[in-house]
Design a protein around this ligand. Structure first.
Ligand code: ATR
Length: 290
């Protein structure tokens, strides 16, 4: 048991619901492994109390916060400053204390970047397909443009949402080639060797037998299949992709690295690879708990 004393700094997560989060396991283990005197706790503000929660946290000298569903956009109104990438993505998941208030960052996109790197996946020059057009899709699509994907397809059940995301991205990346489509129109994608990033909740526990595209022909066009879902550990989307010969990964490393990046921003330090690997095993173990 770590000692909590007068010098212990507090960080936490604001989300609703918050009960199933893995972030306290991640950050408290990180604090222990790095010897930093910090505790990380869950907070569950209501929508109408969000602004008061942010100013209250600042008044209490809370060092940093993560923000998750459903507050990643709404929290942007309560911040002193917002990092450029987070502003362009339109979502903040990490608040870093500075003079006069918190600065908002998006470490989801940086977490995905590091997760892909650690699995040896490069987006440069690739044809990327994002499945979904919600919050997670925004970070993934932004990363694809930033990393120089040659072509980006945004596929969503609701076409207008994919179109709106394509338009937003087009404003930040003027020369990017971005096409919005209905999910079932994947057959119109002419390229092969695709890098697909699955960002919808389809296939997530308890609906584990489902994938957003059920047609095996789609999976034969993939070189890499990245699912942001990690419950179950091997999703149906990953199973189809692996069966078709693609490299398949789940989203646990994205979660790991978004957390590590937030921890690094709060503490002005770098977490080494060995610690990252130990933490990954801690999170995997936690996922297996009943
Ligand atoms: P998140 O922040 O996790 O990305 P979100 O913003 O609510 O969550 O977005 C959820 C995404 O999953 C959306 O792209 C949604 O499609 P719609 O825009 O058509 O709603 C997609 N999604 C959720 N359930 C789905 C289902 N049963 N079939 C297909 N897509 C689904």
């Amino acid at each position: 048991m770590r000692e909590i004393n007068g010098k212990t700094r507090v960080c936490g997560l604001m989300a609703n619901p918050v009960e199933h989060t893995l972030s306290p396991v991640l950050h408290n283990n990180l604090a222990q492994k790095t010897g930093i005197n910090l505790v990380y706790v869950p907070f569950k503000p209501e929508q109408e109390g969000l602004d008061a929660a942010v100013s209250g946290a600042f008044a209490l000298n809370i060092m940093g916060l993560n923000v998750s569903v459903p507050y990643k956009q709404a929290v942007m109104d309560s911040l002193a400053d917002i990092d450029q990438s987070a502003r362009e993505i339109g979502a903040v998941n990490t608040l870093v204390r500075m003079e006069g208030g918190y600065k908002g960052y998006n470490t989801d996109y940086l977490g995905l970047k590091k997760a892909l790197e650690s699995d040896g996946i490069s987006l440069k020059g690739k044809t990327a397909v994002i499945l979904g057009a919600g919050g997670a899709a925004k970070s993934a699509a932004y990363l694809c443009c930033k990393e120089g994907a040659a072509k980006l397809y945004l596929l969503n059940r609701t076409l207008v949402k994919a179109e709106a995301l394509a338009e937003e991205l087009g404003r930040c990346f003027e020369h990017a080639s971005i096409t919005a489509m209905r999910t079932e129109d994947y057959k119109r994608i002419p390229e092969d060797s695709l890098t697909a990033i699955q960002t919808t909740s389809v296939g997530m526990y308890p609906h584990t037998g489902q994938a957003v595209i059920e047609d095996e022909a789609f999976y034969h066009k993939l070189e890499t299949a990245y699912d942001v879902v990690y419950t179950p550990f091997e999703t149906q989307f990953m199973k189809y992709a692996a069966k078709a010969g693609a490299k398949a990964c789940n989203g646990l490393k994205m979660l790991l690295y978004q957390g590590i990046t937030a921890f690094e921003l709060w503490n002005h330090m770098e977490v080494d690879q060995e610690t990252a690997e130990i933490l990954y095993e801690c999170m995997k173990k936690e996922l297996k708990k009943p």
